[in-house]
Design a protein around this ligand. Structure first.
Ligand code: NAD
Length: 363
């Protein structure tokens, strides 16, 4: 099977396959074509792809003979129109929120696999790109907060006096939140974490953080995700958080409910109670944000508080984000095409679960 790796559209710095994976796929019987400069913004030059056995080609030649196209972000309408019917496409395709995009792929006859839809079962752990990219984003969120905070993170005892450590709150302790907690701890902050899923308390505490008691507990779905709180529970959570938030210098929010708008946890009134110079990093910005004042894609200052609402944290750490994503994609390709021969079994939980457009998906 010939796999094509396009250069991502403007703004996305990651690349779907790194040279190391090209080598692995070649050894497993695949041929790989990489668009010139596809890895440049992530730190992987064309020469490394060529050395790993890829054909580095201009855009016009990329899709010739390719049975599969692997990407990071979903293709634009123009990019979909370039795909031959029957092509296998792999990428983050937002199946729960971009019905028009999925429909476009189906209309084109593309067999599309969404990285978000890979079931989170043990057998598919190596393909779990939501986790790998959330890990990078959680780290980067804390580094961004530390960079913007006018205070030091660690406790310092110097001849010029003692500096108290920064206080960091992480709301939503899934994959990104737990990495944010670990990173803030490594930088020396005093860290608290909160999540509505009761199972998370132990994980927060095992990282050396305190679990923030808000008296709110939600349900966990069978997939390990949080169920959405009722309006009354959300209002109680907002009020409880508002009371505690002035204690913190940094708040990192990561609370998400799959396929739903992000829960609004931090009202504007809570931001006003924070000390000037404090920082909120809202990792839920892509789904609208956990803070009422977040502007998705932007960094703003409100009441002296910096609110970072970037929607591309993993893309801002493109080398390692690409390396991890590439391993996830490679594991999926090896699953879909063992020995380099496409063999799609839609009865299989991973293949059937991840496929969002194709012959077996009924509208
Ligand atoms: P996510 O990105 O959907 O959500 C992030 C966090 O926000 C979750 O922990 C969720 O409980 C929390 N949240 C939702 N509403 C909230 C609210 N109102 N207040 C506070 N927190 C709220 O989730 P995720 O990080 O992708 O993963 C969630 C869980 O899925 C993991 O912790 C784990 O249990 C499970 N998981 C399993 C596997 C596996 O291989 N089996 C892999 C990855 C994750």
């Amino acid at each position: 099977m010939r796999v094509a790796v396009p250069t991502e559209s403007a703004g996305e710095r990651r690349v779907a396959l790194v040279p190391d994976s090209v080598g692995r796929l070649r050894a497993a019987g695949f041929a790989v074509a990489v668009e010139a400069d596809a890895g440049a913004s992530a730190g992987f030059p064309d020469a490394e792809y060529a050395a790993a056995g890829a054909d580095v080609v201009p855009h016009a030649e990329l899709l010739a003979g390719a049975q599969a196209v692997v990407r990071v972000a979903a293709p634009s309408a123009a990019e979909v129109a370039e795909l031959a019917p029957g092509t296998v496409l792999v990428g983050f395709l937002s199946p729960l929120t971009d019905a028009a995009g999925i429909d476009r792929l189906a209309q084109r006859g593309v067999i599309a696999f969404a990285m978000e839809s890979i079931p989170r079962i043990t057998r598919a752990q190596t393909m779990d790109a939501l986790s790998s990219q959330s890990t990078v984003a959680g780290y980067k969120a804390v580094v961004a907060a530390a960079d913007r905070l006018p205070r030091l993170f660690p406790l310092l005892m110097t001849a010029a006096g003692t500096v108290a450590p920064a206080k960091v709150l992480v709301v939503g302790a899934g994959v990104a939140g737990l990495q944010a907690i670990a990173t803030a701890r490594r930088l020396g902050a005093v860290v608290s974490g909160f999540d509505v899923r009761p199972a998370v308390r132990e994980q927060v505490e095992s990282l050396g953080a305190a679990f923030l008691e808000l008296g709110i507990q939600g349900a966990e779905t069978s997939g390990g995700y949080a169920a959405e709180l009722t309006a009354e529970e959300q209002a109680r959570q907002q009020a409880a958080l508002e009371e505690r938030i002035p204690e913190f210098d940094v708040v990192v929010t990561t609370a998400l409910v799959p396929g739903r708008p992000a829960p609004k946890l931090i009202p504007a009134s809570a931001v006003e109670t924070m000390r000037p110079g404090s920082v909120i990093v809202d990792l839920a910005a892509e789904a609208g944000g956990n803070c009422e004042l977040t502007e998705p894609g932007a960094e703003v200052e409100r009441s002296g508080v910096t609110i970072v609402g970037f929607t591309d944290f993993a893309s801002r750490m493109p080398y390692h984000a690409s390396q991890l994503y590439s391993r996830n994609v490679t594991a999926l390709l090896l699953h879909l095409a063992p020995g380099g021969e496409l063999a799609l079994d839609f009865e299989d939980e991973i293949t059937g679960g991840a496929c969002v457009a194709g012959p077996q998906v009924t509208a």
